[in-house]
Design a protein around this ligand. Structure first.
Ligand code: HEC
Length: 707
């Protein structure tokens, strides 16, 4: 039905896209209804995206193809020539809160998004700005962003581009002018949903999920009509209150795996990043996130697997109907999302060609799944883990280690909530078959808070202090001794690493594989690297001043190959982890950088400026530092950094003169003095005593700054 509406817009150029429907629709009717509308030369059709693998001039969709393999056959930048790679142009952004987008390149124009969900179009040859669009997200929404106000990019279809916003809107812009075509609210603005992921478009349906599982929401993914913005279908990932009836048989089935009053706390299961699509099977694959709250004991009385948390779910792309699922972490309790990159490939396993789906979710296992039916093929851990001894060889279900459910005793888990691999895109080289996987060694202590009151502003995790000693303190030291982060060339057939590059600092980035035998990746210390796909040898690097987080892309114009990357670290937690592991990132706005052979452009790279310690003797407080530390941990650390250590764009409060003045501090934290700049009021959850306790804790931390 929807395809037909879409086809009515089209002229001859569109016939290919509509071929399936065209056969049954008499052409005369179509022509009759064709409005008088000039189709732009580059009108993106289903056929364009289906054949994107061989389109070297462009990068049409988030993962380059529906299979999301981020491999381009372009080869003029190769091991012999890469030494001549230089800066062709760069484009400076006006935000410094983390740049995670994968740019699109269409007909000589680069389209991308920045922090605060802003959209840009620049000339792909020169970097000259063509238009920009600011959705003017109210600053107070920043508090709902678990991991900074980032955006991972756009989708293109027809003559439009589409992207989501931190406050939950899905916006369509005219690709040529940047003018708004339509905008819809995809979530109840009263609930704390956010959008950071890039949409995908399948046959005129714009697919978008959202985030917010730390903040008490219920996950879903929806499809909107590309022309009108009308919602076509919605698939919930976790069941709601049974008293309200179930939306689908899938929800009725899923509800059998939950207990207690799970819906009161949302349940979680947000679809905040990965999707992939197989046009032949007409299956859309979505990656589903963690539970809300994290603690399974509180969320579901410690009972049941809690479908479809931490699962890969296959849906019919045109109706959103459930087809199959594979749950990576049953009874999720550690923020082990399965929202990480989903990649499709056809590979030979034991002499048999298999249509597979691959994922390296946070839980530390690399999975190869049969994408026709969700059957487990193989899996192995790609980082050191302590929570499972392996996977059941038949079902793929993890074999859990003792104590990991931290009911009575806190436990150090490897990996921690940041995962062995997070959202950073992988890529795949068809020649070697290797998947380039950005990994990190993380750990965290989980402890049961016993009960939980719902926070209105802060996170809802069900984690809390425990009087019991940590069950396995030795694992903390063990984890801290590991390499902070690595790039691993993973062989999905043997389920083992072919080579690896270790980085001395924490932090990671997306990858790009090319026919030049190179894989590109940025590192957290602000260097961009090119490694050999088969040998892991570093053939080139260039200092760019900041981390490149999202996936770099490549395209060809006038016979020249370009590599394009967006630099700009954000998010207090990764930044602080980086700082603790010895990295000192610089305070700078994001920038988009284009490289090509023989170019000699310069990049300004500011020197880091260490802040001045405060004289804390000029103020007094009767606040309780211990209570302050706890409140800081649940309400402030997500942005201002763990233990009040922050680098980058969100102030390190140990150096903020506002903590020297009780009134000033109160008006920022309770009256929302800086709300328009992303510092919301916490008055809904905190009172004056809590805030003074936080100030006391911050003064203590400020006094401890080495001077
Ligand atoms: C969602 C992210 C976020 C959270 C959570 C958050 N803040 Fe902020 N905060 C910010 C941002 C962004 C700024 C900088 C605003 C600006 O540009 O002036 C800021 C600024 C501040 C400042 C002013 C610092 C200065 O020197 O200008 C204080 C004080 C502050 N925050 C205290 C807190 C406290 C206390 C908490 C916990 C109760 C908290 N913040 C939680 C994002 C956050």
């Amino acid at each position: 039905m929807k395809t037909r509406v879409f086809c009515q817009l089209g002229l001859v150029a569109l016939l290919a896209a509509c071929s399936g429907e065209q056969a049954s629709n008499p052409p005369a009717a179509v022509i009759e209804q064709t409005p008088e509308r000039q189709v732009p030369e580059e009108f993106i059709t289903a056929q364009d995206i289906r054949s994107a693998a061989s389109n070297n001039a462009e990068w049409l969709t988030y993962g380059r193809t529906y299979a999301e393999d981020r491999y381009s056959p372009l080869s003029s930048i190769n091991r012999d020539s890469v030494q001549q790679l230089g800066v062709a142009w760069s484009f400076e952004l006006d935000t410094n809160r983390g740049q995670e987008a994968t740019p699109l390149v269409i007909d000589g124009v680069v389209y991308f998004t920045s922090a605060w969900s802003k959209a840009f179009a620049v000339d792909a040859r020169t970097g000259t700005e063509l238009w920009r669009y600011d959705p003017r997200v109210p600053g107070r929404y920043g508090v709902n962003a678990c991991c900074d106000v980032v955006n991972r990019g756009m989708a293109a279809w027809g003559d439009k581009v589409y992207f989501g916003t931190i406050d939950g809107r899905l916006i369509a812009l005219d690709r040529e002018t940047g003018e708004e075509a339509w905008s819809v609210e995809t979530a109840d603005p009263e609930l704390r949903y956010t959008i950071t992921g890039a949409p995908r478009v399948i046959d005129g349906r714009v697919i978008i999920g959202n985030g917010g599982a730390e903040l008490g929401v219920r996950g879903y993914v929806s499809a909107y009509d590309s022309e009108s913005g009308e919602m076509l279908w919605r698939f919930y990932t976790v069941p709601g209150n049974p008293a309200d009836g179930f939306e689908s048989p899938a929800m009725e089935m899923a509800a059998q795996t939950w207990a207690g009053d799970w819906w009161a706390l949302g349940g979680g299961g947000t679809v905040w990043d990965s999707m992939a699509y197989d046009p032949e099977l007409n299956l859309l694959y979505i990656g589903v996130g963690n539970g809300s709250p994290w603690n399974h004991e509180i969320r579901s009385n410690g009972e049941g697997d809690n479908l479809f948390l931490s699962s890969i779910v296959a849906l019919r792309a045109d109706t959103g109907e459930y087809v199959w699922h594979f749950q990576t972490t049953p009874a999720e309790s550690w923020d082990y999302t399965a929202t990480q990159h989903i990649m499709l490939a056809d590979i030979d396993i034991n002499g048999r060609e298999r249509k597979v789906l691959m994922q390296a979710p946070k839980n530390g296992f690399f999975y190869v799944i049969d994408r026709t039916n969700g059957e487990f093929i193989s899996g192995n851990n790609y980082v050191e883990i302590n929570w499972a001894s392996g996977l059941d060889p038949v079902t793929g279900r993890p074999i859990e280690a003792e104590g990991i459910r931290y009911k009575d005793q806190p436990m150090v888990m490897m990996p921690g909530p940041l995962g062995g691999h997070n959202w950073y895109p992988m890529s795949r080289d068809p020649a070697t078959g290797y998947v380039f996987l950005p990994t990190q060694n993380t750990s965290s202590v989980y402890s049961n808070s016993g009960s939980m009151e719902k926070n209105n502003v802060g996170w809802n995790l069900g984690q809390g202090p425990s009087s019991q000693p940590i069950r396995n303190p030795q694992d903390r030291a063990r984890s801290q001794a590991l390499t902070p982060s690595s790039l691993i060339a993973w062989d999905p057939v043997t389920q083992s690493p072919a080579w690896r590059v270790d980085y001395p600092v924490y932090g990671n980035s997306g990858t790009l594989a090319t026919g030049g035998g190179l894989v590109f990746q940025g590192s957290a210390d602000g260097v961009f690297h090119a490694y050999g796909t088969d040998d892991g040898v570093e053939y080139w690097n260039r200092e760019v001043g900041d981390a490149i987080l999202g996936g770099p892309v490549t395209y060809e114009l006038d016979g020249e190959q370009y590599v394009l990357a967006l630099a700009g670290q954000g998010g207090a937690i990764p930044l602080t982890m980086g700082l603790l592991s010895g990295n000192h990132p610089r305070y700078m706005n994001g920038r988009l950088i284009a490289f090509k052979l023989g170019a000699t452009g310069e990049l300004s790279i500011p020197e880091p400026t260490p802040p001045e310690p405060l004289n804390t003797d000029i103020t007094t407080t009767r606040g309780d530092t211990l209570a302050g530390a706890a409140a800081y941990g649940s309400y402030c650390s997500v942005c201002h950094g763990p233990a009040a250590l922050s680098v980058g764009s969100i102030p390190d409060l140990r150096f903020s003169s506002s903590i020297l003045n009780q009134d000033a501090f109160m008006s920022i934290v309770l009256d929302g003095l800086f709300a328009s700049r992303g510092m919301a009021s916490f008055a809904a959850d905190l009172g004056a005593i809590d805030v003074e306790n936080i100030r006391a804790y911050l003064l203590q931390q400020a006094a401890a700054v080495p001077r």
